[in-house]
Write a protein that binds this ligand. Structure first.
Ligand SMILES: Nc1ncnc2c1ncn2[C@@H]1O[C@H](COP(=O)(O)OP(=O)(O)O)[C@@H](O)[C@H]1O
Ligand SMILES: [Mg+2]
Length: 349
């Protein structure tokens, strides 16, 4: 039907066909009688024919079939609309996405169908999850900081008495005890540092990250024997504002992890460039990679898969980057490698 408003023709069929939300008209057993173009994007299909006259249940994980059937029957038989619910769908390539679904009865002729409007909320859910992960990190950090304070003082006293004992009566057991204690104190110190980066009274200064990257890489010279290093620095004069030592330590930790991820031979690529107000730093390696499960754990204090790891390196990286108004993302594939992508707000010139 065509109507006019202020001399503009509105073709309602076109409006629905091109709506940004995915729209379906369903019959019994979820049979798809109609769907608009947004469905192609939603489910990554190439043509509507791939889905038309099929059942929508083919694109819904089986664990929610029961509840979906119940709701659809309610719409078709009792003609009741259903409030917005969250569900999941399966794309053609197998990817599972989070969706928000609204359903209402639609009478066409004598028959009642269900009109279903679906919106992809995967990005929104991810943003909420990331936010809660940052909160989790912050509260874990607070707990860690208070434990560190409690434990550090007695250990420091023990270390003092050990020194006295060693002077009195040297013994190699005492030396071992001393060095083990030193290790524990170093871990506690770095835990304090990563859990409360804002406590370190470092001033904010303007930094040319590209120079810092180059000098950090030089620290790893002898560890890079079997590793091909590719450095790609663009926009080297762009500056960021931040705490210099914390940022250097973050870059150091990312490169150290990349080297440790390569067991025999491999490549590490470090990139620096400016884009849309941000200075980007990418550290990619062709190392072992991490599984999707482990990916979620990265940055959590004490998460480590290494025999002698502390699981504090990435916590330092994440807290430092967030603390300085930046963002960090990671992509990884087991056996292929990992890329950490850091963004920091560039200093306006
Ligand atoms: N570049 C990388 N490639 C593969 N795994 C990584 C990489 N960076 C970090 N990881 C994983 O994250 C874990 C935590 O890293 P981190 O916090 O630096 O602690 P640590 O290096 O002491 O284990 C590592 O044990 C490893 O499993
Ligand atoms: Mg590390």
């Amino acid at each position: 039907m065509i109507e006019t408003i202020d001399s503009i023709d509105i073709d309602f069929h076109k409006l629905i066909e091109n709506s940004l939300n995915a729209i379906f008209i369903l019959g019994e057993e979820g049979k798809i009688h109609y769907c608009n173009k947004a469905v192609l994007r939603l489910l990554k299909l190439t043509s509507i024919e791939e889905i038309l006259h099929n059942s929508l249940y083919n694109f819904i994980p089986t664990y929610i079939h029961g509840v979906c059937k119940e709701r659809l029957n309610n719409v078709l038989l009792n003609q009741q609309a259903i409030d917005c619910i969250e569900a999941q769908m399966i794309r053609k390539d197998g990817e599972i996405i989070d969706v928000e679904v609204k359903t209402a009865p639609l009478k066409l002729g004598n028959e009642v169908f269900a009109q279903v409007v679906i919106q992809d909320i995967t990005d929104r859910k991810l943003a909420v999850k990331l936010f809660s992960e940052r909160e989790k990190l912050a509260s874990l950090g607070q707990i860690a900081a208070s434990i560190v304070h409690e434990v550090k003082n007695p250990l420091t006293r023990v270390k003092g008495f050990l020194q006295l004992l060693k002077q009195d009566q040297p013994h190699n057991f005492l030396d071992t005890m001393d060095s083990e204690l030193e290790k524990a104190l170093t871990i506690l110190h770095s835990l304090l540092f990563v859990s409360k980066p804002d406590l370190t009274d470092e001033p904010f200064v303007s930094i040319e990250l590209s120079k810092e990257i180059e000098s950090t890489l030089s620290l790893f010279q002898e560890k890079l024997e079997n590793v091909k290093l590719v450095i790609q620095i663009r926009d080297s004069n762009k500056k960021v504002v931040g705490k210099r030592n914390s940022l250097l330590k973050a870059i150091f930790n990312l490169i150290k992890n990349a080297i440790e991820a390569i067991s025999e031979e491999g490549t590490i690529k470090v990139e620096h460039y400016y884009q849309n107000g941000w200075v980007h730093v990418k550290v990619s390696d062709s190392g072992v990679g991490v599984s999707q499960e482990q990916l979620k754990m990265l940055g959590t204090p004490f998460f480590t898969t290494k025999d002698h790891g502390t699981g504090l390196g990435l916590t330092q990286v994440y807290t430092t980057i967030y603390d300085q108004g930046g963002d960090i993302s990671v992509q990884s594939e087991v056996g292929k490698g990992t890329t950490f992508h850091v963004k920091l707000p560039a200093l306006k010139e």
